[in-house]
Ligand binder design. Structure first.
Ligand code: TRP
Length: 370
């Protein structure tokens, strides 16, 4: 099986063990998780289940923390469309880390990136999506006092001089090797990693002293941060640490969810009947007939509905295992399992959508200002 993972494209059936080796990230071992748990009192289910699969320099970050050198969090979103449930994975863990460590969050909205990398989207559209997507962050309950949303094109006066000092230390041959850029690649794309690097040291610049940084993010973004980690020490800053999550499954086949194929994903602004239709059309591990299913059992390992429980909608490990067993033994049929999932998703979305609407008047409190 071949697969491909870049910041802009994920295809095929991803072999994460192989990917970790290729990228050179560190697996989250029991030892390091025990160390994290000492500070958090528990481990988030996404960490327990391996939805977060690897890291860079988490041990160093905890060394610093134990010496009293507190870290800030950094993550972001390329606003190319509405938010889908897969986007929430790193944000939910980031919220948990913010609560556990009282850490500040810098959240970058790369409206510039999505303009540069899209054939269709205008800058006005990506900028509008930045505001739309910000509502999803607010709905997740991030604290306005601790959370700063950076919209790239609107914070250019702060970001640009810092991006320049990064850009000066990245050569074309490096970005070509890392991203596979060609002669036809536009020069904005070639420059872009310099922008994504900035929030990893912006708080250090603002504070006038080095502050450790932890970036929870989808593992596809690692190439940007490999370059960032190479450049920042040369500018006198710490390398950012990172926690990497695997991709949320598509409702249709093995690939990750995609904003460009709306039926493969549930969006945070979907209506209850759309959710129902998408889940009813989803790929399952069910058998051809009810009789066969009763006899042979279902195949939760192949089932996107089961994966939805696993990633987001059954946070209790024992309950999840019960569901898996009921499926494997043919007691639980797909219809019932889908109906329960639709109800859980719609319950979540009802609250989330109300949070988004309430967030519209608070958005100003979250936007980064110098
Ligand atoms: N490039 C990311 C995307 O396309 C957006 C982003 C910017 C980001 N800064 C980040 C993602 C930091 C994770 C962490 O989605």
């Amino acid at each position: 099986m071949t697969f491909k993972v870049t910041p802009w494209e994920v295809t095929g059936d991803v072999d994460y063990e192989k990917l970790i080796k290729e990228f050179g990230t560190q697996p989250l071992t029991d030892k390091i998780l025990a160390r994290l748990e000492k500070h958090t009192g528990e481990l988030h289910y996404m960490i327990r289940r391996g939805i977060f699969i690897s890291h860079r320099d988490l041990d160093w970050l905890l060394d610093e923390y134990e010496k009293g050198n507190k870290f800030f969090l950094y993550t972001g979103r390329g606003p190319s469309g509405h938010t889908h449930l897969g986007h929430l994975i790193p944000w939910i863990l980031t919220k948990w880390l913010q609560d556990k460590f009282g850490a500040e969050l810098y959240f970058q909205m790369t409206d510039d990136e999505k303009f540069l990398f899209s054939d269709k989207l205008t800058l006005k559209e990506t900028n509008n999506f930045a505001y739309e997507n910000a509502l999803d962050l607010i709905a997740l309950g991030f604290k306005p006092k601790l959370t700063k949303i950076i919209i790239d094109t609107e914070c250019a006066d702060t970001l640009y001089p810092l991006a320049l000092s990064v850009a000066k230390r990245i050569t074309f041959s490096v970005v070509r090797a890392v991203f596979g850029f060609q002669n036809e690649t536009n020069v904005g794309q070639i420059f872009f990693t310099s922008m994504q690097a900035v929030p990893a040291f912006l708080p250090s610049v603002l504070a006038g002293k080095n502050i450790p940084c932890l970036i929870p993010h989808g593992i596809d973004q690692d190439p940007h941060f490999r370059i960032t980690r190479d450049v920042l020490p040369r500018m006198g800053y710490y390398k950012p640490a990172a926690l990497h999550n695997i991709f949320f499954p598509s409702l249709q086949q093995g690939n990750k969810m995609s904003a460009s194929l709306p039926d493969t994903a549930i969006f945070t602004n979907d209506k209850p009947d759309e959710v129902k239709r998408k889940i009813w059309n989803a790929l399952t591990g069910g058998r051809e007939t009810i009789d066969q299913q009763r006899k042979l059992g279902g195949q939760p390992n192949l089932c996107s509905v089961f994966k939805y429980y696993y990633f987001l909608f059954e946070t209790d490990d024992a309950e999840l295992e019960k569901r898996r067993q009921a499926c494997l033994t043919g007691k639980l049929l797909c219809g019932e399992c889908k109906n329960e999932l639709v109800a859980r998703i719609n319950k979540f979305l009802e609250k989330h959508q109300a949070g988004r609407e309430a967030g519209r008047k608070n958005i100003g409190k979250f936007i980064f200002k110098k």
